[in-house]
Write a protein that binds this ligand. Structure first.
Ligand code: UD1
Length: 312
């Protein structure tokens, strides 16, 4: 049994990782300030984990939580491109200063490895598709820049201090527990909630922007593999599916799935928005033996089932 510390463990991706770790009989501690994470996400496992309410911006407070930890999975962050455009200073403080604190605490506690949730947004408007990790990053938003800075810090900590790190560039993760009622959540959770509530979704732009929408269990699997995979240390690795869908295609799928004929409203293109996103997952296959097991349409169905059972 190994001991894992999951920062952001109350959040959408974090709580899915915690569930899987417990399923694998690992020991789990969660560090979360509950700013975007929710206690309900851990309700079913609360008596099986150690939960610490703390903010990664507070190094003195978080330091002791890293003692006797084997693996740190660092997901705590302020997500969302538009949030970062509205308030770059807070996104910077949490995502960059907070990540630096996590790395320092992990280094000083001599943890075995830190796996960091980086982001596909780092590629920005680089025109080459699919995205390969060697492509030049061209961040278009403060969020993208903060995530890129975080991965640079990871790589540097490996070189400078010998702390094992792996940065995973997640590509638009979606699935159960992605909160549809936050204005800063992922598009699919917003759209599915709109279908269930009989509301009209809004597409920002013409709907021809594409994403490599990745079902959460794929990201969970890649992340746990990254904790122990030999050869992954010090690397930046895409975690996606290798497929991409436009928002218009997504709406067509949802219409079919819900047997509806919804015509979305359209609004202006969001500031800082990326036009196209599509992962090359060769490195993940090579270094993590990763294979996306749940494809987009199946993931969409599972997410809709979850939403149907949960949403009001
Ligand atoms: C970005 C990152 C992603 C990261 C996420 C964290 C890219 C390619 N992806 O997601 O890796 O995990 O930030 O927050 O940069 N949209 C609508 N209507 C809505 C909501 C969104 O049309 O109601 C559009 C957006 O304008 C965008 C697309 O849907 O074009 C996806 O948006 P969203 O789900 O917020 O994710 P990204 O910004 O792509």
């Amino acid at each position: 049994m190994a001991r894992y510390l999951v920062t952001g463990g109350s959040g959408f991706i974090g709580s899915n990782i915690v569930d899987e770790l417990l399923h694998r009989n690992q020991e789990v501690a969660v560090l979360d300030n509950l700013s975007t994470g929710r206690k309900e996400n851990l309700a079913g496992v609360r008596d099986r984990i150690a939960f610490h309410e703390a903010d990664i911006r507070d190094l003195d407070k978080i330091r002791p939580l890293f003692q006797n930890t084997d693996y740190v999975i660092h997901l705590a962050a302020l997500p969302s491109v538009p949030r970062s455009v509205a308030d770059p200073i807070t996104s910077n403080a949490v995502n960059i200063d907070g990540t630096l604190n996590v790395l320092v605490a992990a280094r000083d506690a001599k943890v075995k490895r830190v796996v960091f949730a980086a982001s596909s947004s780092a590629y920005g408007d680089n025109p080459v598709l699919p995205r390969v990790e060697t492509h030049m990053p061209r961040p278009l938003s403060p969020y993208a820049l903060t995530k890129l800075a975080g991965e640079y810090y990871c790589v540097m900590f490996t070189r400078l201090y010998g702390l094992e790190t792996v940065a995973l560039r997640y590509f638009n993760i979606f699935g159960p527990r992605q909160n549809p009622d936050s204005p800063y959540t992922g598009v699919l959770s917003i759209f599915i909630a709109a279908y269930l509530r009989g509301q009209t979704p809004t597409i920002f732009g013409d709907g021809e922007q594409s994403r490599d929408f990745t079902f959460v269990s794929n990201a969970v699997d890649a992340t746990l593999r990254a904790c122990t995979a030999e050869g992954a240390v010090g690397k930046v690795i895409n975690v996606g599916t290798g497929d991409r869908y436009t928002l218009n295609q997504t709406v067509a799928l949802l219409n079919k799935m819900f047997s509806k004929q919804v015509t979305p409203d359209h609004g202006p293109v969001r500031q800082g928005d990326v036009r196209e996103s599509h992962a090359d997952i060769t490195l993940a296959r090579q270094f993590l033996s990763y294979e996306p097991l749940v494809r987009f349409e199946d993931g969409l169905r599972r997410t809709a089932d979850w939403a149907r059972a949960t949403l009001r």
